[in-house]
Design a protein around this ligand. Sequence first.
Ligand SMILES: [Ca+2]
Ligand SMILES: [Ca+2]
Ligand SMILES: [Ca+2]
Length: 287
Amino acid sequence: MTRSGLKGLAAAIFSASLLACSSSAKADTVLNLGVPLGSGEFVSPTTDGSINGALFSRNFTQPAGTGVIDSFLRIQANGNDNFEQGYNTSASGGDLDAKGGHLRDIQVSELQLTWINNVSYYGFLLDVGEPSSPPPDPYISLVGLKIFQSATGGRNDFNVSTLSFPGATLAYDLNGADTSRVDINYEVSGSGNGQADMVIYVPTANFAGTGQFVYFYSAFGGAGNQPPYFADGSFEEWAPAAGSGTPKTGGGGDTVAPLPKTAWAGIGLLGMLAAGRFLHGRRQQMA
Ligand SMILES: [Ca+2]
Ligand SMILES: [Ca+2]
Ligand SMILES: [Ca+2]
């Protein structure tokens, strides 16, 4: 990621912290990464944002096609079904809309660190393939994203009703107890499969459970003319993102310009709020 991109993310975190401070009521978060207003979208497009402590950012890394980056999950809606969901595993069976051949276990040890404001994250790159026209076809909504940590590889016992793996630790949940989502416009990059569209950064602190294996469930799709938007065209694909940045040590090494002390306080507060919200959701799920 570029220096300016990281600065944009830092600004997004700060803005989100101000919002969190000004509103005591929990609201669903809709992040619009490029869908024009007036097409059914009601949230202004932006380049970066934060949901439940993870950072989402436009990312046009190229080439990102199958076989060039080491993808671990490819999903595609079957037939006229405009909703698709799947998770990565090296096992066969139980893989929902996941496509064979681009499906494998991943482990924490292969994920690379990205440092933003001296916080470490694991990055996951998303490459969507959607029709180029007419609108709203190029739009697609990420409506589900759950990341689990487990001591066991090759699992295929994902429970579609509860959207969970028995006994696995939940490291991240896009939705938590609400219905947050991310709206993506394929035409912002416009290069189909082979060029990334978005990256998500999940704090490494979320991966405090036991077990090396990481299971990544994601779901796309919706209503079509109104958000959330259909998944159509070709497949969507996830891969580990390349790391970037370094930890700040002794006044040097960080990848973004120092922020004012008030901004650091806001980021700290946001982190606490996000962690509290995440843990609350996790307790609810475990109950
Ligand atoms: Ca793409
Ligand atoms: Ca679409
Ligand atoms: Ca697609």
